[in-house]
Design a protein around this ligand. Structure first.
Ligand code: GAR
Length: 209
């Protein structure tokens, strides 16, 4: 089983979906930059190694990220997953973990990188929205795409209703991406991810929900 470290900042519903998916992984640590994150409380309930590393107690991003990277490395992970980790990572941090760093983002990248993705999707009037799991590179919310899921945008959607519909899909695709990684099925070539044995193209899921 591969060793996985989870980073999160808040609610932790994606983390919970990963736990409930019973993947062939060992979650060796769950780290949050916010000590009161609900996701960290859930990790404790699950008997997992839950670690709070308060970013406000550090002088700057570089200092915090260096300590975060050291903490992660103590657990010798094969994979680090960003499950709602809401801080921008410094290039030095990313360089240390590149190739074994997966993020979930609530939009169909490269559309709507950054924050408030659901609000912006509604403002733009897109008819399809969704979520993306990708390898993290130095460019924010870019990086080779592993899997995406799309949902229809409805005329009466609000950011809350749209976000809830996307979240259901996040909870499907993040565990799927992690399973592929654990099964050593992901290959990145020239910025593209090939999923070995994915003849049915599971990496493009669409939902009529
Ligand atoms: C999720 O929607 C995730 O895609 C998003 O934060 C939310 C965390 O929810 N991540 C980002 O926006 C990263 N840029 P959760 O804590 O319930 O998993």
């Amino acid at each position: 089983m591969i060793r996985v470290v989870v980073l999160l900042s808040g609610r932790g519903s994606n983390f919970q979906a990963i736990v409930e998916a019973t993947l062939p992984i060992e979650i060796v640590a769950v780290i949050s930059n916010r000590p009161l994150a609900a996701g960290l409380a859930y990790a404790r309930e699950q008997g997992l190694n839950a670690i709070a590393l308060d970013h406000t107690a550090h002088a700057d991003r570089a200092a915090f990220d260096a300590q975060l990277a050291d903490e992660i490395e103590r657990h010798q992970p094969d994979l680090v997953v960003l499950a709602g980790y809401m801080r921008i990572l410094s290039p030095a941090f990313i360089a240390r973990f590149e190739g074994r760093l997966l993020n979930i983002h609530p939009s169909l990248l490269p559309m709507f990188p950054g924050l408030k993705t659901h609000e912006r999707a509604l403002e733009e009037g897109v008819k399809i929205h969704g979520c993306t799991v990708h390898f993290v590179t130095a460019q924010l919310d870019h990086g080779p795409i592993v899997i995406q899921a799309a949902v229809p945008v409805r005329a009466d959607d609000t950011p809350a209703t749209l976000s809830a519909r996307v979240l259901v899909q996040e909870h499907r695709i993040f565990p799927q991406a992690i399973r592929w990684f654990a099964e050593d099925r992901l290959r990145v070539q020239q910025g593209r991810v090939n999923v070995r044995g994915d003849s049915t193209s599971q990496s493009v899921l669409s939902s009529g929900a």
